[in-house]
Design a protein around this ligand. Structure first.
Ligand code: SF4
Length: 79
């Protein structure tokens, strides 16, 4: 399980999440930030600092937001 950054990040890209992540698993992509699902320890620290509520738990992803997990895995070369 991991947290996933979804569509609201695309217009915001605030980046506060990067500074609070204890395991440094959030990186900036061209259109949004991404969480490396292989490294995320599920602590939830990033969720509350996101100004646009873009970060959700993997199992809470809506069907529309599901592709964002795959996008993150591709970004980090995990798949
Ligand atoms: Fe980092 Fe914790 Fe957010 Fe995972 S849940 S990305 S470990 S701050």
């Amino acid at each position: 399980m991991a947290f996933v950054i979804t569509s609201p990040c695309e217009s915001e890209k605030a980046g506060e999440c990067v500074t609070v992540c204890p395991v440094d698993c959030i990186e900036e992509g061209p259109e949004q930030f991404f969480i490396n699902p292989d490294i995320c320890i599920d602590c939830g620290a990033c969720v509350s600092v996101c100004p646009v509520d873009a970060i959700v738990e993997e199992y809470e992803l809506t069907p529309e937001e599901e592709p964002y997990l795959e996008k993150a895995e591709k970004f980090f070369g995990n798949i």
